[in-house]
Design a protein around this ligand. Structure first.
Ligand code: CO
Length: 293
């Protein structure tokens, strides 16, 4: 046993909870249902279980690949034809499970299957000695076999204690080398398949932020933002979570002073559709255990 038993249990417990909540949350994605209600209800399921959110529930529509979530007072509803990515991060004492699926409200079954099959193909080759490049190669090959394009500039990532973007980086495209997978590593694999360009770019809108420096703020609205951020202990939080007014002024002030890092909504080209599948796993002596499976 390479990992402390308590740590291992926390990862497994977080994974089981994430899996349960993800499927219940995805069940709320129905034509005519409101985004804000769906997001708040799903996040509450995690809190009600006594666990923490490793990041705000990401719900990204159509060409948006990631990092969208409900805005304050969001009035968007799910519509027929939408392709909806639901990406959930749960932690127990800082040990994170990160898992995602795609809900198809249109006729995108093949695209949904492409990212899901790529995730399965990737998981099947994870064991000590596999390289991150080999995983990316499996992801790209599977998505292309299904007739779609992998998103090249989004990657899977290691999950450290209160750290969402630890090593290793797991590419979604073929490459040589990369990190060598070792027993005890914990990471998320998250293939994205697209009908678009295969490269996402940052939109102007930002709903999710992360505190990256511990300096104090003077502006009252900025102080209120940092009070919201504090319990996350460096994990991301949502603009929607900050109470009161002038929230955007506080956020802008903190980004400018290098205290917050913004995560803009990430889009492929307009009119395209992106699907995503994601699991978290722990590398074992001869393979891996999927904590969110
Ligand atoms: Co992830």
């Amino acid at each position: 046993m390479i990992m402390d038993d308590d740590v291992y249990d926390a990862y497994r417990e977080a994974g089981a909870l994430a899996q349960r909540v993800l499927h219940r949350g995805a069940g709320l994605v129905r034509v005519g249902a409101g985004l804000l209600e769906m997001v708040e209800e799903t996040e509450a399921m995690v809190i009600d279980e006594g666990a923490g959110l490793a990041f705000p529930l990401n719900v990204s529509f159509n060409e948006a690949a990631a990092h969208d979530t409900a805005m304050p007072g969001d009035e968007r509803i799910f519509s027929a034809g939408d392709l909806v990515k639901v990406d959930l991060g749960v932690h127990i004492d800082g040990y994170i499970a990160d898992t995602a699926l795609t809900v198809d409200l249109g006729n995108h079954a093949g695209l949904v299957e492409a990212s899901r099959a790529a995730l399965d193909a990737a998981i099947a080759i994870v064991r000590p000695g596999t390289t991150a490049g080999e995983i990316g190669t499996a992801v790209q090959a599977t998505i292309e076999e299904h007739g779609y394009i992998p998103v090249a500039n989004l990657t899977g990532h290691g999950l450290g204690h209160y750290d969402l973007h630890a090593k290793p980086t797991i590419p979604n495209i073929a490459m040589s080398g990369g990190a060598i997978i070792e027993e005890g590593m914990v990471f998320a694999i998250e293939p994205f398949a697209t009908t678009g360009s295969g490269r996402i770019s940052e939109a102007a809108r930002v709903e999710i932020y992360q505190q990256i420096a511990a300096r104090p703020a003077r502006l009252p609205s900025a102080k209120r933002v940092l009070e919201t951020a504090r319990p996350q202990r460096g994990l991301p939080f949502a603009r929607r979570w900050v109470p009161g007014d002038k929230v955007d002024i506080g956020l802008m002030n903190l980004v400018r002073s290098g205290i917050l890092h913004p995560f803009p909504v990430l889009n492929d080209i307009p009119g395209s559709f992106v699907s995503q599948a994601e699991h978290t796993l722990i590398v074992t002596a001869d393979g891996c255990e999927v904590t969110t499976g």
